[in-house]
Design a protein around this ligand. Structure first.
Ligand SMILES: Cc1cc2nc3c(=O)[nH]c(=O)nc-3n(C[C@H](O)[C@H](O)[C@H](O)COP(=O)(O)O)c2cc1C
Length: 384
């Protein structure tokens, strides 16, 4: 059977066959493998979409290695996603120390007493063990300038900023033939980012997994498209099959950025327990909470959400709150308190029922999108 054709301006801009990107997804909070690892990037790019590496948990050297691994496994274009926080302060000047890693117990000494007391109270009440975790201080998120430099040197085809405005590196990226993508959750930021010279903007609605804003995808897309014009927009948040892609293209997007659906694939980097939770979830089984990173973040519902909500504490700034959640998560996992553990995931979990190869997911999404756009609308729609 002939391959289906689904082409937009995005395909010409990036040199890809289908206007579908697998989203950059970072590591789990206790430093497991990244959500969008080399295997996923290669599988999606080879299948005709564009895979985007989740580079936020790597060290700078690991980032360079991962980029080179991708290049050695595919000739197709790919992307790299980094988080570029404006300010990094773990308290006590920790963010500026020139060290590779620190014991978590050491890092926790610099957080406010109220939060440290709360961690100890929970551990005592639940009988949790003391678990030592080494915290990496030299990740790309802690060293944004060096990490961007690696992407420039490696001439990564698409640089994506999952947090922060990448405007400062656009001129250098363009000089090297790269494209730059920003991500936003509201139209005010969409306008600001578009004015900074980026090539593409992802508008991610409230439904999405990971850090998320307050505006639902349906309301956000037209507003972001208007605000960002003439910079073209990709849709994100709640897209898991061809119905979501067809709707996004109909609304004026030139492509889509899909996270949770690609996470729950053979190549997706989530812990097996978290993949299982996605496929057993309904559309009601995720929550937005500041518990994990200090910013609003959507994850599969678990009892840690309730503990944090009941604490009455204010979240610490990103990434300091990650230390709080890491300390407890490591203890929950060690004590096998699975009810208190859940990975980042979006509301679209409710329509994901099977872990499959990423290539199959991409092919099914393309086929369904083409089917809808070329001939099939529900019977309830009548056209003259
Ligand atoms: C496990 C996971 C990790 C994520 N990590 C990042 C990240 O490191 N950087 C980023 O820009 N976005 C991150 N996101 C957000 C995704 O890039 C994407 O915008 C989102 O998943 C889209 O919504 P969907 O999950 O409904 O497809 C993450 C999402 C998930 C599910």
């Amino acid at each position: 059977m002939a391959k289906p054709v689904l082409k937009t301006k995005l395909c010409d801009m990036l040199g890809i066959e289908y206007p579908i990107l697998s989203a950059g997804m970072g590591p789990t909070l206790i430093g497991e493998k990244t959500g969008a690892p080399v295997e996923l990037v290669v599988a999606v790019s080879e299948a005709g979409g564009m895979g985007v590496l989740g580079g936020s948990g790597f060290t700078v050297d690991e980032l360079r290695d991962a980029i080179r691994q991708i290049k050695s496994q595919t000739d197709k274009p790919f992307g790299v996603d980094l988080l570029l926080p404006q300010k990094i302060d773990l308290g006590g000047g920790m963010g500026s120390r020139d060290i590779d890693q620190l014991p978590l117990s050491e890092v926790l000494k610099s957080i406010p007493k109220s939060h440290a007391d709360w961690i100890n109270k929970i551990k005592a009440e639940m009988g949790l063990p003391d678990v030592e975790v080494m915290v990496r201080m030299n990740t790309t998120t802690m060293r944004p300038k060096e990490s961007v430099q690696v992407c420039l040197e490696e001439r990564v085809p698409l640089f994506c900023a999952g947090l922060g405005n990448p405007g400062f590196m656009v001129a250098d990226a363009h000089q090297r033939g790269m494209k730059v993508l920003g991500i936003t959750g509201n139209s005010k930021n969409a306008k600001r980012m578009a004015q900074s010279g980026i090539d593409l903007l992802v508008a991610q609605g409230h439904e999405g997994g990971g850090h998320t804003g307050r505006i639902g995808t349906m309301a956000l897309l037209p507003a972001a498209i208007d605000a960002a014009a003439p910079v073209p927009v990709l849709a994100a948040g709640g897209i898991g099959d061809g119905r979501g892609v067809a709707a996004s293209l109909a609304m004026g997007c030139i492509g889509v950025w899909i996270g949770t659906r690609f996470l729950a694939t053979n190549e997706g980097g989530a812990l097996p327990v978290n993949k299982q939770r996605i496929i057993s979830s309904t559309d009601e089984d995720t929550r937005v909470s500041t518990a994990y990173t200090g910013k609003t973040l959507r994850a599969s519902y678990n009892k840690y959400h309730d503990l944090w909500a009941e604490s009455g504490l204010a979240p610490l700034p990103f990434p300091t709150q990650v230390m709080v959640s890491s300390a407890l998560l490591a203890a929950f996992i060690e004590a096998k308190k699975d009810d208190y553990v859940g990975g980042l995931a979006g509301q679209v979990s409710g329509i994901i029922h099977e872990i499959k190869p990423a290539k199959t997911v991409l092919e099914e999404i393309v086929a369904q999108t083409v089917d809808i756009l070329s001939r099939r609308l529900p019977e309830s729609v009548m056209l003259k």
